[in-house]
Design a protein around this ligand. Structure first.
Ligand SMILES: *[C@@H]1O[C@H](CO)[C@@H](O)[C@H](O)[C@H]1NC(C)=O
Ligand SMILES: *[C@@H]1O[C@H](CO)[C@@H](O)[C@H](O)[C@H]1NC(C)=O
Ligand SMILES: *[C@@H]1O[C@H](CO)[C@@H](O)[C@H](O)[C@H]1NC(C)=O
Ligand SMILES: *[C@@H]1O[C@H](CO)[C@@H](O)[C@H](O)[C@H]1NC(C)=O
Ligand SMILES: *[C@@H]1O[C@H](CO)[C@@H](O)[C@H](O)[C@H]1NC(C)=O
Length: 493
């Protein structure tokens, strides 16, 4: 009894037809939080039909890119873990396994035209969410969740490129995609997070070494800029020109700070297996813990700029070291100017999640994180009065605004779901590891060579690269990113 498609479908359509109630949120009530997350999840999933006969599992319809779908399935794994509602689990498994690609490393040929290292990493994060949550394991003919993340890591570490800027990964995997000459925070911070999570899950020191390497490079690069307030909190800029490393793209995105924060938190919370006189003991590395906890603490402060006051504070003048200006999470680079592209409204979902997990892994940060998430959630719910295709509970983007801002989309629903459900993190177990409850089996060599250990299972493995409507997707992503920085609205056709 693995994938019960008909059951899953029935559950999905049922939930879609029962969501016309108003969302209300009492942040002191688990039931109320679960109910709010359930509505946001159903609204988000109303965009997804990859599970329906004839459609391709794992893909959102255009203009949503492949990576965002991958991220969405990870948020749904967390949804299940936090709320106990398993109605999407089969759909999630189907999608995560259908998109593993011909070599089991989340590089499906169909996505070549828009496949950056960061896109690939978001699918790996979702595979890790599954491993860390104890999500039902794939059937035995498939790789394990953690092996899929290891396969992604195995493709990424050799891409470390010290020919320019002293190291780092390029944004794009393929030189022919726009963005090849960009070294950015989400790519390198994604690799950092992936390394840190694999280290914590498996205990394998190689991952720690690479997490350290990625951290060191980023910390000393203009991406993590400490020049604004020397010796203090770094700000995390978006990235730099790989052909001119002092050409830095100075814009703030929540997920860039978030991936550094949670990566540091995972590093702070690792335990080592020490074997002494034949006895094996789990030991916390106190030195490493203190160093990384301090980094996580600084990075939490670096997220202050994203917390604004009610009624629309634009905190452009706010600095990470200033006293927290507000308590409501905002994607400050594009919300106030209504210039977000289709990717960006989902970023707050990741910052919410990564902050919540940070609170579990670095308990000294838990209460500050919880208060920011609960204030954000309580404000966000006011945005959930949007109407769309008969639904009256669609969430908008500007959580700081008391009236629906007229925006809807996958990212808006995902961000709302994430900030709601992560209020339940207080009672949730910390991410599992190999030696602490995790049942997903490590396979460090996986994904290298020809098709992984059991060969490709994708029936379309021999398809040539499909250009079609995905052609040039990388260019669009790149342009919209740059233009958003200039405050120009870029509409994707
Ligand atoms: C790749 O595209 C083909 C053609 O649309 C489709 O049949 C196939 O399912 C796709 N594979 C994946 C992994 O998305
Ligand atoms: C890049 O790193 C590799 C391995 O550390 C080293 O062999 C190589 O010389 C380095 N290249 C440059 C240009 O620094
Ligand atoms: C590199 O970028 C910096 C900052 O934008 C600029 O001042 C400088 O002229 C650029 N150098 C070259 C060689 O283009
Ligand atoms: C503990 O962590 C520190 C900093 O990451 C590292 O230098 C040290 O080697 C670690 N010690 C052990 C015993 O793992
Ligand atoms: C640790 O990971 C590295 C890199 O994938 C691998 O080469 C090595 O075999 C792993 N070690 C163990 C003990 O699994």
């Amino acid at each position: 009894m693995y994938i019960k498609w008909s059951t899953a479908l029935a559950a999905l359509s049922l939930s879609i037809h029962h969501i016309n109630a108003q969302i209300s949120l009492d942040i002191t009530s688990d039931d109320s939080i679960k109910a709010a997350a359930k509505i946001a999840a159903a609204n988000m999933m109303s965009y997804y039909s990859g599970n329906l006969p004839g459609n391709i599992p794992g893909l959102l319809p255009g203009p949503y890119y492949w990576w965002e779908a991958g991220a969405m399935f990870g948020q749904l794994i967390n949804y299940w873990k936090l709320t106990g509602d398993d109605q999407y689990n089969d759909i999630v498994s189907q999608a995560l396994l259908f998109q593993i690609g011909e070599k089991d490393n989340y590089m499906p040929k169909n996505q070549t035209q828009s496949l950056g290292n960061d896109d690939q990493a978001f699918w790996a994060f979702s595979a890790l969410d599954a491993a860390e949550a104890g999500f039902p394991n794939p059937p035995s003919s498939y790789p394990s969740w953690v092996a899929l993340a290891q396969a992604v890591w195995n493709t990424q570490f050799p891409r470390w490129d010290n020919e320019t800027c002293g190291g780092g990964l390029r944004w794009q995997i393929f030189y022919f995609n726009a963005g090849w000459s960009y070294k950015n925070a989400i790519t390198n911070g994604g690799f950092f997070q992936l390394s840190a999570r694999l280290y914590r899950y498996t205990g394998n020191q190689t991952y720690a070494d690479y997490a350290q390497k990625a951290w060191d490079w980023m910390y000393n690069s203009p991406i993590m800029d400490r020049s604004l307030e020397p010796g203090q909190t770094p700000v995390v800029w978006d990235g730099m020109n790989a052909d001119n490393c002092s050409d830095v793209h100075q814009i703030y995105w929540t997920y860039n700070a978030g991936t550094m924060l949670v990566g540091a938190a995972y590093m702070a919370n690792t335990v080592s297996l020490i074997t002494l006189c034949g006895y094996t003991k789990l030991t916390k590395n106190q030195t490493g813990d203190a160093t990384w906890s301090q980094r996580a603490t600084q990075l939490l402060q670096a997220t202050n700029i994203f917390f604004v006051k009610d009624a629309g504070g634009n905190t452009a003048l706010n600095s990470p070291n200033s006293i927290l200006d507000g308590t409501i999470m905002s994607e400050i680079a594009c919300e106030a100017t209504t210039s977000c592209n289709y990717d960006q409204p989902s970023f707050k979902a990741y910052l919410s999640r990564w902050m919540a997990v940070t609170g579990q892994l670095v308990p000294t940060l838990a209460s500050e994180i919880y208060s920011r998430l609960s204030a954000s959630a309580a404000s966000a719910v006011r945005q959930c009065t949007g109407t769309y295709q008969g639904k009256t509970t669609m969430c908008g983007r500007r959580w700081y605004q008391s009236v629906w801002d007229g925006q809807i989309g996958v990212g808006e629903q995902m961000s709302a779901m994430s900030v709601f459900q992560n209020l339940l993190i207080k009672n949730a177990p910390a991410p599992l590891t190999d030696n602490n409850g995790g049942t997903s089996k490590s396979d460090p060599g996986f994904g290298l060579g020809s098709g992984g250990s059991s060969g490709p299972r994708d029936p379309y493995a021999d398809d040539p690269i499909t250009t079609g409507d995905r052609a040039g997707a990388g260019i669009l992503t790149f342009l919209s990113l740059v233009l958003a920085g200039a405050g120009v609205t870029f509409v994707m056709s």
